[in-house]
Design a protein around this ligand. Structure first.
Ligand code: NA7
Length: 545
């Protein structure tokens, strides 16, 4: 079905199906739709999934849970929701988050503008009309003057490239496409690949499920820290709610939008005994108090970082009974140079007789067989293989769409050697395309909602400006784009992160050229720069009337 002939906005003389097409109904897309609708424009949101919530729709694997405090992750704009919604736990699980996002969608009556089960396969910019034609997987085509993408930074699942999976006869799951039905683990032989933030959560839950055998293939050990979750009582929740007036302004000032901000007091200010006490205090606290709440020089000075690594390694050794297994679980990269997973009993899983940890460095998997995997040291049978192997991060969701810009340029080709953007929101050669939640934006190094809300608001203001001023094309100044991309690398190269292989550099994808995919600068400065640009009339964007 092709929908045509919808009324166009007076004054624009553009006969498109919609003024704006929005792709994605995750946490960014939902708010983006609300803000776009406030402009009075004709907006349609296309969502590939069968429900809203993005990450919290797809990642429904056992143990899926926030590592940010629930109340810091919710929308700050949704006043009625803030007044009535009670979080049941300090760190909410997937079902609660999915319910939350559905509730927001209902509260704002968004469903009528969201078309579910509609992945977008391609989009092409027409240089004559300055409009986009968007084609869905089902073959429907729609035109719009602008496209806004909210496709998520971790939404294109990555599988190992080991051959033979088609031969395997057992159950296969990826955490990012986990089924909506109950998966039965009890009595089964289960293999899990991946020990990132997701694998750590999944392994902990599967180990509790009375499995016959759980085999974990680890490519790289990670520094996992105790989450320290707890149920929120009615009193706690009412105290939390009473603090919202101060909480959200405070979160706007922190480096990454987390409630835990880097401690400016350097470790050199402490005696060794005091420093140990400082580390123990951090360790006793929830979530990222043990990451972005640490003394700042843990994040910047390799020797200080190593001291913290030794402290955490000691904690792992205390919990894992077999010293050889403990050694395998202790990473050799500096702390925080990969995403730090939070855990709730992960290390104790490895003390169970039915749980085996295998290092892929020592014993690589050569192929899948009909009954399991063939490793360098022999075959292992399994009833089920679970992949917690991550994503084509930052660029993957946009790469899945065949995006053709000016002069037939393909976005995927432009980014072949690494993404090039202006502040993560626009790309030269792709006019009238606004990106929220792609590479080189602030998402990925912070509390996702806090990172996305200001960009949503900025994008909606820009969209309004474009229509109010009858602008035919908006595109970034190529010089501003070059300056931004240089800045992204400059900041990243100055961090310890650049020393470690991680998905932030695309290292998790075999054969992918190493390039920095996120933006590791401070959230408040990033937001200030965006807002200042808007206040100045967008000097870094080129408008064509
Ligand atoms: P991650 O953090 O990318 O973790 C994926 C894990 O899978 C990680 O341990 C990888 O090892 C491992 N991996 C990747 N490819 C393979 C292959 N081919 N074989 C074996 N193991 C592999 O993704 P997550 O889903 O855990 O977390 C993503 C985000 O979700 C996270 O930032 C949170 O915000 C929530 P590696 O370390 O690359 O060697």
């Amino acid at each position: 079905m092709t929908q045509t002939g919808a009324e166009h906005v007076e004054g624009t003389a553009r006969h498109t199906d919609f003024d704006v097409i929005l792709i994605g109904a995750g946490l960014t897309g939902i708010y983006q739709l609300i803000k776009l609708r406030e402009t009075g424009l004709r907006v349609r949101c296309f969502e590939g999934g069968g429900g809203v919530g993005g990450t919290w729709y797809w990642n429904r694997y056992p143990g899926a849970r926030l590592d940010s405090e629930s109340y810091t992750y919710q929308y700050s704009f949704a006043e009625e929701m803030l007044a009535e919604w009670d979080w049941t736990q300090e760190f909410a699980g997937q079902p609660e988050l999915e319910t939350y996002f559905n509730r927001v969608v209902d509260q704002y009556d968004l469903r009528k503008d969201i078309q579910l089960n509609t992945p977008i396969d391609s989009m092409t910019f027409d240089e004559q009309s300055n409009n986009w034609t968007v084609t869905t997987r089902g073959g429907e085509q729609f035109t719009s003057h602008l496209v806004v993408t909210a496709t998520g930074i971790l939404s294109a699942p990555l599988y190992p490239d080991t051959p033979g999976l088609e031969n395997y006869q057992g159950e296969v799951y990826h955490t990012a496409t986990w089924p909506d039905t109950e998966v039965e683990f009890a009595g089964k032989k289960v293999i899990i690949f991946g020990t990132g933030a997701t694998g750590v959560q999944l392994i902990t839950e599967v180990a509790k499920q009375d499995v016959e055998k759980l085999t974990i293939f680890q490519r790289t050990a990670n520094w996992a820290i105790p989450l320290r979750n707890h149920d929120l009582s009615a009193d706690e929740m009412s105290n939390i709610r009473a603090g919202y007036q101060e909480l959200f302004p405070w979160l706007r000032t922190t480096f990454s939008g987390f409630v835990h901000n880097w401690d400016p007091t350097p470790t050199t200010a402490y005696t060794p005994e005091e420093l140990l006490a400082r580390y123990e205090l951090a360790w006793s606290r929830p979530g990222f108090a043990k990451w972005t709440g640490l003394p700042l020089d843990v994040g910047t000075d390799p020797e200080v970082n190593q001291g913290w690594c030794d402290f955490v390694a000691g904690k792992i050794r205390e919990r894992v009974t077999d010293p050889k297994v403990a050694d395998m679980l202790i990473p050799d990269h500096l702390y925080g140079t990969k995403r730090v997973p939070c855990e709730s009993g992960y290390y104790e899983s490895f003390n169970q007789d039915n749980v085996e940890l295998i290092s892929l460095q020592e014993n690589p998997v050569l192929e899948y067989t009909a009954t399991g995997v063939r490793t360098a040291q022999g075959d292992i049978d399994a009833d089920m293989i679970c992949f917690a192997t991550g994503f084509y991060a930052f660029t993957g969701a946009l790469d899945r769409i065949d995006i053709t810009g000016q002069g037939g340029r393909k976005l995927k080709d432009e980014w072949e050697d690494g993404p090039v953007t202006f502040m993560g929101v626009q790309v030269d050669g792709f006019p009238n395309l606004l990106i929220n939640g792609g590479p080189h934006g602030k998402g990925g190094h912070g509390n996702s909602t806090r990172c996305s809300e200001p960009v949503v608001e900025w994008t909606a203001d820009l969209v309004k400006y474009i229509f109010d001023n009858n602008i035919a094309r908006v595109e970034p100044d190529p010089e501003a784009q070059r300056r931004w991309t240089d800045h992204v690398y400059e900041v990243a190269n100055g961090t310890l992160m650049s020393r470690t292989k991680s998905f932030f550099f695309g290292d998790n994808v075999p054969g992918k050229k190493r390039a920095y995919l996120a933006y590791v600068g401070a959230l408040p400065a990033f937001v200030n720069d965006l807002q200042a640009m808007a206040a100045d009339g967008y000097p870094d964007l080129i408008f064509t009337k």
